[in-house]
Design a protein around this ligand. Sequence first.
Ligand code: OAD
Length: 233
Amino acid sequence: MQIVILTGAGVSAESGLGTFRDQGGIWSRYRLEDVATPEGFACNPALVHTFYNARRASLRAAEPNAAHHALAELEQRHAGRCLVVTQNVDDLHTRAGSRNVLHMHGELQKACCASCGNRWRAADQMHADDACPACGALACRPDVVWFGEDVRSMDRILGSVAQADLFVLIGTSATVYPAAGLMQLARDQGAQTLELNLEASAAASVADRLLLGPATEVVPRWVAEWCRTNGLE
Ligand code: OAD
């Protein structure tokens, strides 16, 4: 039995990290073209660093919540493979104990060099005039995926989705591709599909089952139910 779980900003909302498209969300306060595109970075790197420095500071103050912990527990108890594919750039799944996590939109706490491709742990504060520790180029950027760039680990994600018996979508609006298309893909390839969300996502019509509510309530409840029905208590 192989489980693939796709998470989005909603799973971290109750840890105090903002979502993007909810009322008051990040994209109501910033233009995504300014802070989440290669063109925006080329135009004003200082603004982009300020944006990600603030998000890194929020992340340092945040803790994994009951939803992250429940998913880590599911991975631990489940005898088969359980993979978390996250669109989130935070590290809360890992801090909760999940070991099998793919960050398809990169990681806030890593930096990379746009010139030589070197990656390293990001400083709390990154600046436009930081030099790459490997090649010295002034081309340091957060190691996150921006609009127009390729997502990470897509081959592994597609391979896992093809093998999945159960696909679970949690806390994402399912509006950004390719993540938004994964539940449909899983279902087309024979997986059962489940959505756990505060509000139904754009992909909800391909969910075999939809459970609505805050992640810290719905996710632990579903994991407990899953463990019970699969004799894992
Ligand atoms: P969105 O902000 O688009 O969607 C957040 C989802 O979480 C919505 O479905 C909400 O209903 C749900 N939600 C909010 N609070 C919740 C809670 N307490 N419990 C459960 N669900 C809750 O965020 P994403 O779908 O993650 O990409 O956004 C996808 C991508 O768009 C992000 O990775 C980011 C963004 O632009 C890049 O920056 C490349």
